[in-house]
Design a binder for this molecule. Sequence first.
Ligand code: ADP
Ligand code: MG
Ligand code: ZN
Length: 732
Amino acid sequence: MIVDETQWLALLKKRFGFASFRPLQKEIIHDAVNGRDVFALLPTGGGKSLCFQMPALICPNLTVVASPLIALMKDQVDALQASGIPATFLNSSLNPTESRRRLYGLHTGQYRLLYVAPERLMLSGFMEDIKKWNPNLIAVDEAHCISEWGHDFRPEYRQLARLREFLPQTPMMALTATATHRVRADILTQLRLRNPKCYVASFNRPNLTYRVVAKSKPSAQVLQLLRARPHDSGIVYCQSRNSAEKLAEFLGANRVQARPYHAGLTPGQRTENQEAFLRDEVRVICATIAFGMGINKPNVRFVIHYDLPKNIEGYYQETGRAGRDGLPSDCVLLFSASDVVKQTGFIDEKTDPREQKIAREQLQQMVHYAEASNCRRVELLEYFGETHAEENCGGCDNCLTPRDTMDGTLAAQKFLSCVYRIREKSGFGVGLNHVIEVLTGADTDKLRRWGHEKLSTYGIGREHDRPEWAAIGRELVRFGFLRQTSEKFSTLELTDEGRAALRERRKVTLTRPMKAIEMKQAAPRAGEIACDEVLFDRLRQLRKRLGDERNVPAYIILSDVALKQMARFYPSKPADFARISGVGEKKLIEFGSQFLEEISIHLQHHPRQVFGDDFALPAEMPVTRMEASAGISASIRITLDAFNSGQSVERIATDRGLAVSTIYTHLGEAAEAGEPVELERFFTAEQVKEVAAAFAANSGTGLKTVREALGNRYEYGPLRIFRALMEGALNR
Ligand code: ADP
Ligand code: MG
Ligand code: ZN
């Protein structure tokens, strides 16, 4: 076990390519490797995975990770393997042969991490297997799945509690981005965590900008938003399957590649559309809330809500899927009064009165958020019991372009008296829209049937259009002058407060109605990395090619952050490339030359752009010293160094995520290049004589013949090294 914490940083760079820990990561890792139970509440993008992946490298044995989704497991294992970390998963997607192969690997200690579906844990004999592997740590990712109160309850997660009985000594780690206290408490009890150390990070996501836009022609508005960011990918959340489907179609017809995702599609179609999105083949996914968990795509640049979400918790989780990589990303909510009416209608159809009450409260909070004129961030965080101190967050519409206020005394008088007159005349209340029709002097059958065109307030409000009156009406509701009944047809009623305001002609200050989309934003945005956009685009294409070749999403190769850093600092040699975020040992070797070449080609045709010194790359890290020495490649050098420091071939293969035969090839090539490889590690003095004789007797033939001559008692690997050394010695 690596106990020296200063070595952890070297390990972090070498394996993950990161120069420093994110907030709380180091503390969480520290407790876990010291055997303590940990409960980690970090927002989406907070870097939870690393909290159990680092212990897996620090400690000698296996780390077991429970994870709820097949796609999620595969994604994380792909990412680990791309970084040269031996990891695997077991779930229902594997055929028996493949499962057996992986189990064999587990029994022979070839992996550092195992991801499992909770239902798999319950298969007979599997718990005993795990016990045999003597894991260092059991991590429960997306731990909120254990709670019925959460948004993603999975009954099979309940079984995880049994792990504790089976492995009473093994420390457990529960991780989630759940912000509600009820779910948090539930996780602690359900998982039976023992005196856990609880870590709670701030749920503020500084790189996300929150906006609410008055919804008028939503499809056109979405299209406009998408056209403003032609290279970015993102999610548009719709309320219904139908609207998700229609919107995707509409966008497609307007040359924006989009796919739908909802529970009405077959599992096959859903997977296909999700994959297309992850692999950047389409840049927009139009989805219901069925889409989301398990989307680890770090470069989701926007989340648009086409319809009003049901509650703030859901809204926060959905918007949270934007900008996991820390780069600036946008969250836009399209909001209209008619959505509120629609939602109220759905709630009215519910039969359980308790459920109805909760849904109404939640909707009210959501509407309150949408109509708030103060900082959105403050509103969101307050909902989760967190206070946000900053005056101006610089990352929400209300802080960026404060909404003007206006003297609304006259407008309020007109509106309130109109409500009053209608009730006086008809004896019943009417909805918001009808009041507005009277105010603006509309000519409808209903109006005439009820004689409302004869009211003294008819047509007195032509100075505002209908959406403006709707906003005024809703603000008067929020001020408490009007009450919106939540019956089937929601009507407006004057409150005592409203009657008093009307009588006393109280001075009222109103917010100026929201204008259409305004996306201007003063630079710099939180998390921004200014860079050479042409080069960035070029590197993005290279990354896509590399991803396709390996059959993994592009973000598994390197993050947007990495590409932006490259497009800003123009690294020209491996040591500089190694300073890029996410570049560890394996990626340096595997991708270094291709990215460096791409950058150098770009610089032949474009001038180097200069950026401020507000942002610098971390200093050179140990990994950079592994540049290729004369004769052998960097990769072979790593193998050789590890071998010469006493590690076994099997161990090196496991650590590097390479095949044992590859390691032998490395050693063979190193030997051929004249590097010292200790033969005594494979052969005794007696054996050396015997093998040398066999080579001599069969000179000019292949290894196979020599091996057979030796009765197949030796593996190819050592023989290959033997031959290389012999030939090397002959040539010198
Ligand atoms: P979470 O599970 O908390 O949502 P992830 O584990 O998926 O977050 O991490 C989000 C992103 O942050 C990933 O792209 C990951 O590579 C990156 N990341 C994690 N830790 C660090 C770090 N210490 N430095 C830089 N990037 C990090
Ligand atoms: Mg995660
Ligand atoms: Zn703000």
